[in-house]
Design a protein around this ligand. Structure first.
Ligand code: PMP
Length: 428
């Protein structure tokens, strides 16, 4: 396919008509496919069915002899923290095991910082005049929603393929009202990119105007590889410590997309001072986490190799879905000059940059044809994409056959929206 912007008016009109016809035919199929959220499919959840009967009747003691049925052990069972230490890239004593949602832990940390402040801070964040967070874009909508909920300003910074634009980040972080930054350092949601070592080193070492600045380091996709290459990132806690900023990073992760999305384990990891701070706050909220679920995870996954094998089984199920989307986009859009898309090596999303000013239209066209996409704009703060071009595709939940149909339709919608936009420009 040649670049659409270069077509003469006859060829352009012919392509537009052909694409419209194809779209109508696609719409007439009356599909109903949901590609909105990064959810595991039923087949992926079934990989963890063995957990449903664990830890088993009578098996409720930890290695240290704690009764997992009872209250207590706010930090989480030692064997669980050991099991996930390498996933989190740090040592067991720096890890806290929460209940089933890392997003809840992020929310709690933000709220505690807001109400009470964090180690190294002179006052609660709410006392700061117009506090702000740096938000790499495209980003995760639920991160942005937490900030919006508490009226924290969002400062968008573009991602560049190997992490955020660090010159911009350093400039923004120098302002004392900038209290933190969201980071999804590996297989980012939704761009799929992994931060380079150089970017991570700069984040750990940069000067911040606020002494109590925090990186909210959401390593949600730490072990979620889509290829045989298991990309690794440096230990942010170690780098922060070496750079003289030991308390800078709050690390989060969970097994939502390892075992069960609704019944996994969530983790917080940080410096000793931050872990003490976290546990002191958490102790006012709960008498202890669900340790039976913790035991269940240890019994099921067993060791690091068990996690690796389990993730390989996920990969077998989902990598073909990512390939299918990629093939459909390539087939319809390569060379047209109207879209670019990510080829993620891990994580849960494919990110498409459609022609500027068309993303909302693409989502609407897809909806009319029975394919529901994440709303356009959701990857930007306040749900507003100033370029109206970024689309997030989440191919894990539907079946492979549905993903195939949906992605053919999505590619068609991207092309049609671009043609319609160019048509109106060409016709003044
Ligand atoms: N962080 C990121 C970057 C995510 O993509 C998701 C899930 N879509 C979450 C956090 C949610 O994690 P949890 O289920 O542990 O709350």
């Amino acid at each position: 396919m040649s670049r659409i912007a270069d077509l003469n008016s006859d060829d352009f009109a012919a392509l537009r008509q052909k694409t419209l016809n194809e779209y109508e035919a696609f719409r007439a199929r009356g599909l109903k496919i949901d590609m909105t959220r990064g959810k595991p499919s039923p087949e992926q959840l079934a990989l963890a069915n063995g957990m449903l009967t664990l830890p088993g009747n009578g098996d409720h003691f930890s290695e240290a002899g704690e009764d997992a049925r009872n209250y207590g052990n706010l930090q989480g069972l030692a064997e669980v923290r050991t099991l996930f230490a390498s996933t989190l890239g740090t040592s067991p004593e720096r890890i806290v095991v929460g209940d089933n949602s890392s997003l809840a832990l992020m929310h709690d940390c933000l709220l505690w910082a807001w109400v009470k402040g964090v180690p190294g801070g002179a006052e609660p964040w709410q006392k700061t005049e117009a506090p702000a967070f740096i938000c790499p874009v495209p980003g995760y909508d639920r991160h942005f929603s937490i900030l919006e909920e508490y009226g924290i300003r969002m400062l968008p910074v573009p991602l560049k393929g190997d992490g955020p634009d660090m010159d911009m980040v350093e400039e923004l972080a120098a302002d004392p009202s900038v209290k933190g930054m969201w980071c999804v350092p590996k297989y980012s949601n939704p761009s799929g990119e992994t931060y380079s070592d150089a970017v991570i080193e700069r984040l750990a070492a940069m000067k911040t105007g606020a002494p109590d600045f925090r990186l909210f380091w959401d390593n949600a996709y730490a072990v979620h590889h889509l290829t045989e290459t298991e990309h690794q990132i440096p230990d942010i806690l170690d780098l922060c410590e070496k750079a003289g900023n030991p308390d800078r990073a709050f690390v989060f992760a969970s097994t939502s997309k390892v075992t069960l999305a609704g019944a996994g384990l969530a983790f917080f990891a940080s410096s000793p001072a931050n872990v003490r701070w976290y546990l002191a706050s958490a102790s006012k909220r709960t008498i202890g986490p669900d340790k039976l679920n913790q035991l269940r995870h240890v019994r099921f996954l067993k060791n690091e190799d068990g996690i690796r094998r389990h993730m390989a089984a996920h990969r077998t199920l989902i990598a073909p879905k990512f390939d299918t989307v990629s093939n459909a986009l390539e087939k319809r859009l390569t060379g047209t000059g109207v879209a670019e898309w990510s080829k993620p090596q891990g994580g849960y999303f494919i990110c498409v940059d459609a022609m500027e000013g068309t993303a909302k239209h693409v989502v609407e066209l897809a909806k009319q044809a029975g394919v529901t996409l994440t709303p356009a704009g959701s990857t930007s703060p306040y749900g507003k994409d100033p370029h109206d071009r970024t689309l997030r595709l989440a191919p894990t939940f539907p079946s492979l056959q549905e993903v195939e149909l949906a992605s053919q339709g999505i590619a068609l919608c991207i092309l049609l929206a671009a043609l319609e936009k160019l048509h109106s420009t060409r016709n003044g």
